[in-house]
Write a protein that binds this ligand. Sequence first.
Ligand code: HEM
Length: 459
Amino acid sequence: MTASMIETRPLRHPPLGQQPRFLRKLFGDTQDALDELASTYGPVVGLGAGPVKLAVVGDPVALRELFGLPLDSFRWGHKFNVLGFVVGDESMIVSDGADHKRRRSAVQAAFSRRRLNRWIPMIVDRADATIGHLVADLGDERAIVDLYPLGRTIVLEVVVRSLFGERLAARSEEIADLFRAPQAYLESPAARQLPHPFPFTRRSRVRADRRALDALIDGEIARIRAHPSGDPFDVLETLVADGTLTDDEIRDQVVTLTGAGFDTTSASLAWMVWCASLTDGLWDRLRAEADEVLGPVGGPSTADDEALGALDLANRTMRETTRLHPAGVIAPREAAVDVVVGGYRIPKGTLVLASAHLAGRDARFWVDPLSFDPDRFVDRDPERVALADIAWVPFSRGARNCIGFALAQMELTLIMARLAQRLDITAVPGTSKPRPLGMVVNRPKGGAPMHVRAREGGS
Ligand code: HEM
């Protein structure tokens, strides 16, 4: 059958009278809007009309087609992409065509498996150091501790060390501060994110912090040019030595990697803590596995890729959490030409919202999709494996997938294992999983406050 013979149909839309409500809800309460749209009109649905056209694609098979289309079918540097304001116009995340390819390839080399494996003991050590401070503060007490900021500290320290080596580690807190305004800006209502030049606003704070961050990175680039360390695992030094990117481009990629790797991973970690603490017996099982694989705490970690592979339950807990709570609920791109996915025609100019959230909860692909069960990935028949492979897309797929997917999965697995080994964590009685906050990055509203105590008898 030729392409022209394949039957296609126009997108289904809610009635015009319903559209303003859906659009408001999509920008305010994204997940509920996605669930309502999908249950009423199906997992591929259009919204808007005239110059403002949106299409939600949450059907796993349609998503697979979407991720497989030629890259020039879509544009990421479109007018609705607010990320450019935060990470810079030369970031790969808002680039297209040859610019995207060059910027992404230069960075891709820095995320080789060999380099990632070198970071394994560093990740465990950073988790230990931060958990160690908490244990010292707690003494023998049990207290309510918000584990979201604790996770953010660990994740930022990992990102800073992986990008800049040990040199900038002492300035991690300063760097974390410079990412607070961008986070608040991206979590603010869509209307507040519209471009304007006014001072004393969230946007003006982002601009000021970005200038400070640029100065810090420029200082590092200058220092590397003057005194290269020759460390083949230092990402920034690799980019400088590579020579294919200008200094402005390098700066924007580094801010992108820090920002994209920081909020998403720490949000996922907070969801993991929630999910694990609310699942009977899971914390003890995670602890037993980590004790066996990572051994007792003390001295620098010697964990390696084999140990990472043996943390099977921690890995499944990560996969199950990111299925139910993908940090990117929707991943937007603009159709640069008319495209067809799942048999639906999506006209050129439509902002296409690929939804890992809907795919991860599709009952045709997941048994009892709303229940949290890391064991769903055990002893599956080939059909289940294939279905899960299609519908698990929290890191997207294809040539624009998440460049940090292996690093993020590694961090989440190792940090979770160490948390289970060193802390007794239980949900505060009467609390339940919070509502999600944020459209660009989805995190539990109110963080992850838990009853926390140092593990009895230590580890
Ligand atoms: C749990 C953690 C993470 C999640 C859920 C996540 C999710 C995603 C998703 C869904 C995309 C694709 C967006 C699209 O299709 O347009 C993406 C892109 C990207 N991610 Fe991640 N990410 C995570 C962690 C990281 C980390 C640790 C890094 C780097 C240190 C990173 C760097 C990037 C970059 C640079 C892109 C843009 C790739 C491109 O445009 O070619 N992410 N991420």
